[in-house]
Design a protein around this ligand. Structure first.
Ligand code: IYR
Length: 222
């Protein structure tokens, strides 16, 4: 049995209702401007900014606080090239029919295709892995709980952190993406979830005109 945690006083930053409203409004205004970008500039971004955003992602809640995630942060040109080649191979099969007509129809308005030049152009790729189970120093396996939920929450933190730091992202999901284990040299217990592309948008980048659902459409109040 694991030992019971020691407890300490919570440090809670209580705000007035007016401050809460202002802060909620302000964060909404920041997040409202987030757009998924597909045209990236090759302008470099300091590693320290990426590091701090990944640390923010690591502050996400997780099942039993197991923090079952690994963020493989890639700036290396050769590795990015390998990832592009492997991803495009999968995407060619996807767009040539593996996706099926219904899926391809759903994507049509985005104008995406099998070409993924941004995987080489963008200064950073972050391959996000979930640890299906843990392995201790002696090689003993232990179960991890709520891995997808935990990894996906952390990914949300990461996207929000990068956005508010002034960076653009693309949540790229080549399918299947097992090639990421081999290229990033990650062990068998780690499953790739998302390949996050991070950088500045290319000058003159365009994004599709899309609508977000309203509060009324996304919520029920009981
Ligand atoms: N992985 C493909 C297809 C794709 C799937 C969904 I769902 C998207 O929202 C966007 C793209 C690609 O990256 O092109």
């Amino acid at each position: 049995m694991a030992q019971k945690a020691h407890y300490q006083a919570l440090s809670f930053n209580e705000q007035s209702e007016a401050e809460m409203q202002t802060n909620a409004d302000r964060f909404f205004d920041i997040m409202k401007t987030r757009r998924t970008v597909r045209d990236f500039s090759d302008r470099p971004i300091p590693r320290s900014i990426i590091e701090r955003c990944v640390e923010t992602a690591g502050r996400a809640p997780s099942g039993a606080n197991q923090q079952p995630w690994t963020f493989a942060c890639i700036a290396n040109t050769d590795i990015k090239k390998q990832i592009r080649e492997a991803a495009e191979e999968e995407e060619r099969a996807f767009y040539a029919g593996r996706a099926g007509d219904e899926w391809l129809d759903a994507l049509e308005h985005l104008g995406t295709d099998a070409n993924k030049p941004f995987l080489e152009t963008a200064p950073w790729l972050i391959a996000i892995f979930g640890q299906r189970y843990g392995v201790d120093d002696e090689g003993m396996r232990h179960k991890h709980y709520y891995v997808p939920e935990s990894v996906n929450i952390a990914t949300g933190f990461l996207i929000a952190a990068l956005h508010q730091a002034g960076l653009a992202t693309l949540t790229h999901t080549p399918a299947p993406m097992a090639f990421l284990n081999q290229i990033c040299n990650r062990p068998e217990n780690e499953k790739p979830y998302i390949l996050l592309v991070v950088g500045y948008p290319e000058k003159g980048a365009e994004v599709p005109v899309i609508e977000k659902k309203s509060l009324e459409e996304i919520s029920v109040w009981l």
